[in-house]
Design a protein around this ligand. Structure first.
Ligand SMILES: Cc1cc2nc3c(=O)[nH]c(=O)nc-3n(C[C@H](O)[C@H](O)[C@H](O)COP(=O)(O)OP(=O)(O)OC[C@H]3O[C@@H](n4cnc5c(N)ncnc54)[C@H](O)[C@@H]3O)c2cc1C
Length: 238
C-alpha cells in the first residue's frame, strides 16, 4: 500500500497500540502520533528519585476474554507482563507501558507530537499542531483513527466540522494520585488494599514495590476515591 493509503492513529495508549498492531498485521501502513514522551498513555510507570518506580495510572489489567488471555500469556512468556494482585490480573513488566511498547514494535511511532487540528485535503487528511505546523512531514492520510480521551477527540472533531454523537456524553471520574516512598516496614502485608465506600478518601492503596520489575524500594501508590478527587480537584498537589 502506498503512502497515500496510510492510516494515522492519534494516541499510543493501549487502544491506539492495539489498533496499530491489527492494522499493520493486516497489511496497512500506519503512523502513530502521541503527545506524550513515550507510548502507553494511562498505562504508565513514573520514575522517581533513586530509581523508584510508581504506576500512577492503571494498576493492573484483567484478562477474561480468551483472545486477550492468549495475548497476556504470550506477554508473560516473554517477560512483558507478569501476574500480580490476584486471579487473571497482570501488570506490565518492568513497567505498565511494556505491553503498548511491544504492540508498537516495528511500527512508525512519533512521540512528543500533539495533534491540534485535522485538516481536509481533498479526500485525504493532514495533521497539524495547534499553531498550524504540519505534522508527520505533511503526509496526507486516507483515514484518521482517534484513540485519545473524548474531550481531546471532541476538540479535534469540532475543529474540522465533524461530530460523533454520544462522545460529548462521556464522563470521566477524576483521580488524585499520591506517590510515596517510605523507609522501614510496609504499611500492610498484602500487595494492595481497596475501599469501595464512596465516601472513603482513598479507594486504592498499592505497594508498588511488590510488582515485578519495581522491586527494591518501599513505594506506595494511593488513588483517592472519585468523590474526594472531584471535591478537591482544583487544589494544589501539596
Ligand atoms: C488512575 C487510573 C487508574 C486506573 N486503573 C486501572 C486498572 O487498575 N485497570 C484497568 O484495566 N484500567 C485502569 N485504568 C483505566 C486504563 O488506564 C484506561 O482505560 C486505558 O489505559 C485507556 O487506554 P486508551 O488507549 O484508551 O487511552 P489513553 O491511555 O489515555 O491513551 C490516549 C493517548 O492519546 C494521547 N493523546 C491525547 N490527545 C492527543 C493529541 N491531541 N495528540 C496526540 N496524542 C494525544 C495521550 O497522550 C495518550 O497517550 C485506570 C486509569 C486511571 C487514570
Amino acid at each position: 500500500m502506498g503512502r497515500d493509503g496510510t492510516i494515522a492513529i492519534i494516541g499510543a495508549g493501549i487502544a491506539g497500540a492495539a489498533a496499530a498492531r491489527r492494522l499493520h498485521d493486516a497489511g496497512h501502513r500506519v503512523v502513530v502520533l502521541d503527545k506524550g514522551r513515550g507510548p502507553g498513555g494511562r498505562m504508565a510507570t513514573r520514575r522517581g528519585p533513586d530509581g523508584l518506580r510508581f504506576d500512577h495510572g492503571a494498576q493492573f489489567f484483567t484478562a477474561r476474554d480468551p483472545r486477550f488471555a492468549a495475548c497476556v500469556e504470550d506477554w508473560t512468556a516473554r517477560g512483558i507482563a507478569a501476574p500480580w494482585g490476584g486471579p487473571h490480573r497482570s501488570v506490565g513488566a518492568p513497567g505498565m507501558s511494556a505491553p503498548a511498547r511491544d504492540l508498537l514494535a516495528g511500527i512508525d511511532l512519533s512521540c512528543g507530537r500533539a495533534v491540534g487540528r485535522l485538516a481536509r485535503a481533498g479526500d485525504r487528511w493532514r495533521l497539524e499542531e495547534a499553531d498550524g505546523t504540519a505534522l508527520a512531514d505533511g503526509a496526507a492520510f486516507s483515514r484518521v483513527l482517534l484513540t485519545c480521551p473524548s474531550p481531546q477527540g471532541l476538540a479535534l472533531l469540532a475543529g474540522c466540522g465533524q461530530d460523533l454523537p454520544g462522545l460529548a456524553d462521556v464522563r470521566y471520574a477524576p483521580c488524585w494520585t499520591l506517590m510515596l516512598a517510605h523507609d522501614g516496614p510496609p504499611p500492610f502485608e498484602e500487595p494492595a488494599r481497596q475501599d469501595d465506600d464512596p465516601a472513603a478518601v482513598f479507594a486504592w492503596i498499592a505497594r508498588d514495590g511488590t510488582k515485578p520489575g519495581r522491586e527494591g524500594g518501599g513505594t506506595v501508590v494511593a488513588h483517592a476515591a472519585p468523590a474526594w478527587s472531584r471535591a478537591n480537584l482544583e487544589d494544589g498537589a501539596d
